[in-house]
Ligand binder design. Structure first.
Ligand code: ZN
Length: 246
């Protein structure tokens, strides 16, 4: 293929813009910012499981507290009733003795139940403290997640804006390359990966960084300026520059 030197040089501009576009794509796919979002999302999700367990524990123990309170109240009410019957002094001596006996037994029962109620309330406080601590931590993690998302979004916006700008410039440059040369460049870019053209600088192909041997250099020296050359190593279009070292 033949293409004058200025068209070939444009390929180097094109390759530079394509390199930048590839970097932007890579950065968008795997940035530290995205990794930070993923890590913060995992931490936030992990604590959700603990929160569910802690909330269940609190509501279970709250039910226990209410049950304990009800039981104590029943005994208190019965004591009050018995006490007023005793105070009224009605009934036989035997009845009153039985009543006194029951009151003593109810008082012991009340004391046991109050101890149990206290124990349940202490457990409830412990569960509530755990829940409070987890909720505070969840709020911290939520804020951390929001921060990482906002940093990631800022990066994406910056890169998208740059991509748009570079793509625009690439369109202008590609227009000056010409269809035939651009088609060759595109085919090579797709098959080799990276860029489709590279400069020959200091006898080295800048696409694959291999130094050219004397035979290839001799062939290049004798080639016409408008001859489109290829690197024998990586098959990229090899563009001669004033620093080629020929
Ligand atoms: Zn090469």
């Amino acid at each position: 293929m033949k293409a004058d030197a200025s068209r070939q040089w444009r390929l180097l501009d094109l390759a530079e813009l394509d390199t930048r576009l590839d970097q932007i794509t890579h950065r968008l796919r795997s940035s530290d910012e995205q990794r930070a979002v993923d890590a913060a999302t995992r931490r936030r999700a992990d604590i959700d499981t603990d929160l569910v367990l802690a909330r269940t524990a609190v509501s279970d123990v709250d039910r226990e507290v209410r049950r304990a309170e009800d039981e104590v109240q029943l005994v208190r009410d019965r004591l009050t009733r018995n006490q007023s019957r005793l105070d009224s002094g009605q009934g036989t001596a035997k009845d009153l003795q039985a009543l006194q006996h029951e009151i003593a037994s109810l008082q012991r029962r009340q004391s046991t139940l109050e101890d149990q109620e206290l124990e349940v309330m202490e457990r409830a406080e412990g569960h509530q403290a755990t829940l409070d601590r987890l909720e505070a931590r969840a709020a911290e993690l939520e804020a951390e997640l929001a921060e990482t998302v906002s940093a990631r979004d800022a990066l994406v916006r910056t890169l998208e804006a740059e991509r748009e700008q570079v793509t625009g410039r690439r369109g202008d440059v590609a227009g000056g390359v010409g269809e035939d040369l651009l088609a060759l460049y595109t085919t090579i870019r797709e098959s080799v990966g990276g860029v489709g053209a590279a400069a020959l600088r200091q006898r080295r192909c800048e696409g694959c960084h291999m130094e050219l041997n004397q035979v290839d250099l001799g062939r290049i020296r004798s080639a016409a300026d408008d001859q489109v050359l290829r690197c024998e190593e990586c098959r990229r279009i090899l563009v001669r520059t004033p620093e080629s070292g020929l």
